[in-house]
Write a protein that binds this ligand. Sequence first.
Ligand code: RFL
Ligand code: PHB
Length: 383
Amino acid sequence: MRTQVAIVGAGPAGLLLAHLLAQGGVSSVVVETRSEEYVAARIRAGILEHSSVELLESVGLGARLRAEGDQHRGIYLQWPGERHHLDFVDLTGRSVWVYGQTELQKDLIAARTAPVHYEVSDVVLDPAAARVAFIDKSGHKRILQADFIAGCDGSFGPSRNAVPAAQKFEKVYPYSWFGILADVAPSTDELIYAWHPNGFALHSMRSETVSRLYLQVPNGTDPASWSDDRIWSELSTRLGHGQNGWKLNPGPITDKSVLPMRSYVQTPMRHDRLFLAGDAAHIVPPTGAKGLNLAIADVALLGKALIASLTERDDTLLDRYSGDAQRRVWRCTHFSWWMTTMLHTSGDPFEAELQLSQLRWVAGSRAGATGLAENYAGLPIGY
Ligand code: RFL
Ligand code: PHB
């Protein structure tokens, strides 16, 4: 098989890249180890930042997002006894959208802009030859010969290890997120990020009838060890049920999962004809809602660079890709680390006082609030 760009991984990075390339007149073929049904149903991130929405709309992927997504002006920050609204639109002129990654993934699959080989195995990359070998769904060995390979295969795929002598930065946090999906109307109009002595809690949502909530839990927590009653009771405590008349409405829990938290950055994001994008190159803890948005920002840069190289024989952007992408990667790595360490409790009373002081400053000072808003609503693509 011959194509211009071989894309490894059909997550949001891989499928959006295929879409951007097709719009620029560049052909691609995607290979994916999982089934189409699996990738379309995976539950992950929930927030799209301003520039992600602008990009998706500009390439014809905004219709369902506009119709079914929910535009939010900001978030609530809270700690016991206090809840503060940060209005990003007022502070920065930018907003965010609640639109599940699952929905975006479905939109990307429905757009069908490039052939995707699902359920492949034994994927082997040759970055110098721009060749990808794999076994297809029917058990046949296939070779995909391209001009470039885009490694969009997340944190467990082979692409990141195909970059020799890469520098790797990693931080593992001493806690995880216990996430639930519940068939109940959200008890809030915008997301609540809550600091509490028992640990962090987040009230997010997927739609008018589906809520998404998270609790900070120790690493290694087994979701089956928490009863539904215990989950709702702990969420009520941490989110302040009863404070100033606010109520958390419980409902049937349809999904439970535990997500470990780490920060990881690998550089450079290129080796020979292989380019990394999204989780293949970096992981952020979910507290800043940046993982999906960073993947989108990477492929916005990479798509443009590949199109310039393949249609105009201009490699300037490709040669700059890794450096340009890393600038935003480190900004989001810092922001996610900052949000995480400000909101998760460690049991150290000194740290707790510093966190509360920081929260009061962020919520009470326009300068503090603007810093959070600018990073959360997202810097322009190309930052
Ligand atoms: P993805 O979405 O992981 O897609 C990579 C794709 O590559 C496939 N793959 C292979 N394909 C071919 N050959 C191989 N050898 C392959 N090995 C793997 C995988 O099956 C997959 O389909 O990476 P991408 O596209 O870079 O997108 C990044 C985002 O998905 C990610 O940053 C966020 O979802 C992170 N994340 C979250 N971010 C948030 O902001 N908020 C969240 O609540 C949140 N929850 C999550 C998450 C990531 C999770 N993972 C990866 C463990 C929850 C989970 C469970
Ligand atoms: C989510 O809705 O899944 C979500 C929202 C905000 C975050 C992380 C996850 O910071």
